[in-house]
Design a binder for this molecule. Structure first.
Ligand code: MN
Length: 257
C-alpha cells in the first residue's frame, strides 16, 4: 500500500506509526510543513526501507515561516521529494495569498535549478493559481496534486499539464471528490491519507488506512481490489521513473520508495 502524503511527524507517537507502517509493508511519503521540520523528520524515518521524507513549506504557514526559504534552498539537494507546498485560497488565508504565490514561485524556481523534484502540492481553493505557477516553471519536476478539490475545468487542465493525483478515503467520502477521481487517468493516481489531519470518527487515519480507498478505486477502474492495488504500485514505479534518473537521491535513499 502507498500513502503518498502523510504528516508522520505530527502524530503523538510518530515512531510507533513508522514501525507499524514498515512492518505492514507500506510505502510512505512523510511530508513536512516547514524546512525546520526536515532534519527531525529524517531522523525519525531513519533507514526504514519504504519511507521517504518530503521537504515542505505549507501554504498555511507561509506568513510566519517564509523566513525559512533559504533553509529550504539549502536542504533541497538532500531530497528527491518536495512537499507539502502549494497555495491555499481559503478565506482565512486571504491575507497571505500574495506572499504564498511569491514563495511557491521561488520554491519552484529552486526545484527547476536543482533539476526537478517530485512535488506534493496543496491547492485548496487555489487550483488555477497552483497550475499557473507550475506552467510557468515546467522544469520544477513532477507535480502530484494532493486531495485535489478544484473544478472539472481545472482538473482537465491539470491532466493536460501532466499532473498526478493523490487521493484518500476522505476525498472519496464526498460526491464531488468521487466525481473528480472518476475523471483522473488511472495511471496517474496514488493514494494518501493526509493524516493525522484527516480523521474518521475522531481518530486520525493511519498510513495503512489507504486501503479503505481501494474498493472504490477498483469500482471506478472496473477491476478487482487486488488489481487496483497492483495498478497503484505500477503507478508509483512509473512516477519514480518519470521523475528522472534519481541522481539527486542521497545514498540513504537510493532504493525505490
Ligand atoms: Mn497535508
Amino acid at each position: 500500500m502507498i500513502d503518498f502524503h502523510c504528516h508522520i511527524d505530527l502524530y503523538p507517537d510518530p515512531r510507533a506509526v513508522l514501525d507499524q507502517a514498515e512492518a505492514r509493508g507500506a510505502h510512505v511519503l512523510a511530508v513536512t510543513t516547514t524546512p525546520k521540520a526536515w532534519s527531525g523528520t529524517c531522523k525519525l524515518v531513519g533507514s526504514r526501507r519504504r519511507i521517504r521524507t518530503g521537504l515542505g513549506l505549507h501554504p498555511e504557514l507561509v506568513a510566519e515561516r517564509h523566513g525559512e526559504l533559504p533553509l529550504f534552498a539549502y536542504l533541497l539537494g538532500e531530497t528527491r521529494y518536495v512537499g507539502e507546498i502549494g497555495l491555499d485560497g481559503g478565506p482565512h488565508m486571504r491575507g497571505s495569498f500574495k506572499l504564498q504565490e511569491k514563495v511557491l514561485e521561488e520554491i519552484l524556481q529552486h526545484c527547476s535549478a536543482a533539476g526537478g523534484r517530485i512535488l506534493s502540492l496543496h491547492s485548496r481553493r487555489a487550483a488555477s493559481g497552483v497550475l499557473d505557477r507550475l506552467e510557468a516553471n515546467p522544469g520544477a519536476g513532477v507535480p502530484v496534486l494532493h486531495w485535489f478539490s478544484g473544478t472539472r475545468k481545472e482538473l482537465d487542465r491539470a491532466i493536460s499539464m501532466g499532473c498526478w493525483f493523490s487521493v484518500g478515503p476522505l476525498m472519496l467520502a464526498s460526491a464531488k471528490g468521487r466525481a473528480l477521481v472518476e475523471l483522473m487517468p488511472k495511471d496517474r493516481v496514488l493514494t494518501e491519507t493526509d493524516a493525522p489531519f484527516a480523521q474518521i470518527d475522531g481518530a486520525p487515519l493511519m498510513p495503512w488506512d489507504v486501503e479503505r480507498a481501494y474498493p472504490y478505486l477498483a469500482g471506478v477502474w472496473s477491476c478487482e481490489v487486488a488489481a487496483a492495488s497492483v495498478q497503484l504500485h505500477t503507478n508509483l514505479t512509473s512516477l519514480l521513473k518519470s521523475s528522472g534518473s534519481g541522481r539527486h537521491v542521497g545514498s540513504a535513499s537510493k532504493r525505490a520508495l
